[in-house]
Design a protein around this ligand. Structure first.
Ligand SMILES: Nc1ncnc2c1ncn2[C@@H]1O[C@H](COP(=O)(O)OP(=O)(O)OP(=O)(O)O)[C@@H](O)[C@H]1O
Ligand SMILES: [Mg+2]
Length: 305
């Protein structure tokens, strides 16, 4: 089971208006089957780029990705992606949005009736079976995100790739979805790579937290194993010394070791924030709510809240 998914020597250079921009350099990561790995790092460091390379949406300039012994060259249903903002087809019902993916993967191997049961089963997993006939415009943001997750789970991908799946949600909905995801993953044993800006979320959900250095030429700075027993209970963990220590280690990586480098635009902003009385956001965020570059400075980290 070792090296179910392997990124080796992955680097990428983008061509932008004739000049080259090196986003990633020498990214090496091995995942076991059923492992839950989070990617965390400052905005713009290259997390989505890593995910897009694993998804087969971007081609690495150097190195590559091997999934179950086969090189990843294209997107495929064995690697389903959950985006931060759901990507449902607005003209299709909740049911039909999932059906689209299920038909693509199981048209040959499952009968019509089996596919219907399977769609309903996956919607039930995320508690959305009551709203199967609604359109995306008729359901809330959290509900849309659930449907996006059901759609990916229904494809039975080898790897579930999640790019800030709960980033746009309020704290309570986010906590609920984190709990559902933990349950589903415990049941199905999915292999997951999840990008998050939320330190508590990373510690709560992950087997390992991959912490990325800042770009350009970003790479993996450190990998933190999370040995907390499962199932994990957010309330019990909030005061668990091991949980608190792990959370502290991630915060230290992000703010002490890998604050934005001086001389970059982000670094200058961070410095300005550090000296501005109104702009102590990074430090305040680091202390209080453990969200990294959260879109709303006050957005609470939820896991241990
Ligand atoms: N298609 C592209 N063409 C050119 N540059 C790109 C492209 N995609 C990403 N980049 C650059 O690569 C770097 C990493 O981007 P990426 O989107 O992976 O960051 P991120 O860590 O996901 O950030 P965020 O947390 O804000 O989502 C950025 O400097 C970005 O501008
Ligand atoms: Mg991103």
């Amino acid at each position: 089971m070792i090296n179910y998914l392997e990124l080796s020597g992955v680097g990428i250079e983008f061509d932008t208006n004739g000049s080259k921009f090196r986003a990633l350099q020498n990214v090496n990561l091995k995942l076991d089957k059923g492992e839950f790995v989070s990617l965390i790092g400052h905005s713009g460091c290259g997390k989505s780029t890593v995910l897009n390379i694993v998804a087969g949406l971007y081609r690495a300039t150097e190195g590559g990705v091997i999934l179950e012994g086969k090189e990843v060259l294209d997107p495929g249903p064995d690697r389903a992606v959950v985006f931060q903002n759901h990507s449902l087809m607005p003209w299709l019902s909740v049911y039909d949005n999932v059906a689209l993916a299920v038909d693509q993967v199981f048209r040959r191997s499952k009968s019509r009736a089996e596919r219907r049961d399977w769609i309903e089963h996956n919607l039930a997993l995320v508690n959305m079976d009551h709203a199967m006939d609604k359109l995306p415009s008729e359901i809330s943001g959290g509900m849309k995100q659930r449907v996006g997750i059901a759609r990916c789970l229904a494809m039975q991908p080898k790897v579930l790739l999640m790019d800030e799946p709960f980033g746009a949600l309020d704290a309570l909905t986010r906590a609920q979805l984190q709990d559902s995801l933990m349950q589903i993953q415990a049941e199905l044993g999915n292999t997951v790579i999840m990008i998050t800006h939320d330190v508590d979320e990373a510690v709560l959900l992950s087997d390992r937290i991959v912490m990325m250095s800042n770009g350009p030429a970003a790479t993996i700075g450190d990998i933190l194993p999370v040995g907390l027993a499962r199932p994990r209970d957010r309330l019990a963990l909030a005061e668990d010394p091991e949980f608190v220590h792990l959370r502290q280690q991630v915060l230290e990586f992000l703010y002490a070791k890998h604050g934005h480098p001086a001389g970059t635009q982000a670094g200058n902003q961070a410095e300005a924030a550090a000296v501005s009385p109104a702009g102590t956001r990074l430090a305040a965020v680091a202390k209080s709510d453990a969200a990294v570059d959260s879109p709303e400075p006050g957005a609470p980290g939820t896991a241990a809240a």
